[in-house]
Design a protein around this ligand. Structure first.
Ligand code: CTP
Length: 396
């Protein structure tokens, strides 16, 4: 498929990184055109982008007297996607409020396709309520915002505000063009760990970071699904473009999941649900007194098992976090919980398990087939899980 990508470069030091973005997109087969603001030209020469993309770079609104009144319209009509990187706070403010005072902002206003913005600036400028409000306005309009990375900034400080690496920006672009293999399908994903109260200030928790489930939810959104993410405690930001339901305990998660179950096509249960909760949580903070303290625990409902008994046409996907006999234990759970497939992993293996960005997993199906995946990012594994789910839903 021919893809026309229009890159808007605004005046930030990170503009140099976007040369690589343009190069990678071009190499991936896309047609790439670039609009630079006048300030962007202070950082990178238009000629660089011109050589990389093989297309003339536009800067001035009135560069071509004969065509000035149509340049922004024709570029807007040409593009399938607009990527603004790096986007300054000034650009975000203008785009949020429909100000069109140069070629780039005018083109943004005339463009009705998907816009992806990668802001990059000083941390304080990014955190400023004005910038955050502008980002909220843009997000609410369906603009995709690529969160800045954290690290050293050009101004000598360190914090959130760096332009993500070119490969990450290109991955985001790829996702936008990803085939919508789950369009028309509703997917429920659970993630994170449940929190079981002991008293008003303490709880029993687990080491789940929520990353795997959040990546699955994101991949499902990218695949065009209507997504509900029911999440316990997690260390990562929820993805955009989905219904986010925050819960604490296993009982709350069960409620939230059951209330959605009848209307969904698939459930992917990656949450680390506590198997036990405190039988009678104290109403007041427990004060220390005796040398030992005994908490009586009671079994939590097994949400996935319950779904397995209720299921009609829904696809059910479970996880098995094991430390030994992985395939045997996972297979047992697959059958006992009436799942369509289970994602099994050895949480003690290096590069797998809690808190890390990678995983090493196997997918076991009802027919006994086993797919062993090498170590890969949780995002890549999430895409595999979504592909297998789409396959079972007859979408592939
Ligand atoms: N699960 C659930 N409700 C629970 C416990 C787990 O829905 N109360 C789900 C998890 O989200 C996961 C799968 O079931 O998809 C994990 O199965 P489970 O047998 O609970 O795994 P473990 O807790 O690791 O069980 P065991 O201690 O028996 O290994």
């Amino acid at each position: 498929m021919q893809r026309n990508i229009l890159i808007g470069v605004t005046g930030g030091i990170a503009a140099y990184k976007v040369v690589e973005v343009a190069s990678r997109l071009k190499k991936s087969g896309a047609n790439v055109k670039v609009i630079m603001t006048k300030h962007a030209v202070e950082f990178v020469s238009p000629r660089t982008f011109q050589e990389i993309t093989g297309n003339a770079v536009s800067v001035e609104m009135f560069a071509d007297a004969a065509n000035f009144n149509v340049a922004h319209i024709s570029l807007a009509n040409w593009a399938d996607l607009m990527l603004i990187a790096p986007a300054t706070a000034n650009f975000l403010a203008k785009a949020a409020h429909g100000i069109a005072d140069d070629l780039l902002t005018t083109t943004v206003l005339a463009f009705d396709g998907q816009i992806l913005i990668a802001p990059a600036m000083n941390t304080k400028m990014f955190d400023n309520p004005a910038t955050q409000a502008n980002l909220s306005i843009l997000k609410a309009r369906g603009v995709k915002i690529l969160e800045p990375a954290t690290g050293e900034l050009a101004c000598g400080t360190s914090g959130k505000g760096r332009l993500p690496e070119p490969v990450e920006i290109c991955a985001e672009v790829e996702k936008i063009f990803a085939p919508k293999i789950l369009s028309g399908k509703k997917i429920l994903v659970t993630a994170g760990g449940t929190v079981e109260p002991i008293d008003p200030v303490r709880y029993i928790g687990n080491r789940s970071s929520g990353r795997m489930g959040y990546e699955i939810a994101k991949a499902a959104v990218n695949a065009g699904a209507d997504v509900v993410l029911v999440s316990g405690k997690a260390d990562v930001e929820p993805p955009s473009g989905l219904k986010f339901v925050k819960v604490e305990s296993a009982l709350e998660m069960r409620e939230a999941v059951l209330s959605e179950f009848a209307t969904v096509d698939a459930v992917i249960m990656s949450a680390a649900v506590a198997d036990y909760r405190v039988k009678s949580p104290a109403a007041q903070k427990i004060k220390k007194s005796a040398d030992t303290l005994t908490l009586e625990l009671i079994k939590n409902p097994d949400i996935l098992r319950e779904l397995g008994t209720l299921k009609k046409s829904q696809i059910l996907v479970g996880f098995a976090a094991e430390t030994q006999n992985i395939l045997d234990y996972a297979n047992k759970k697959l059958v006992e919980k009436n799942l369509d497939f289970i994602v099994a992993n050895d949480v003690t293996a290096e590069g797998a398990g809690f808190g890390v960005a990678t995983n090493i997993a196997s997918i076991i199906r009802r027919n006994g087939s086993v797919e062993n995946f090498p170590k890969m990012s949780k995002a890549a594994l999430a895409e595999k899980i979504i592909e297998r789910t789409a396959n079972l839903l007859g979408k592939l």
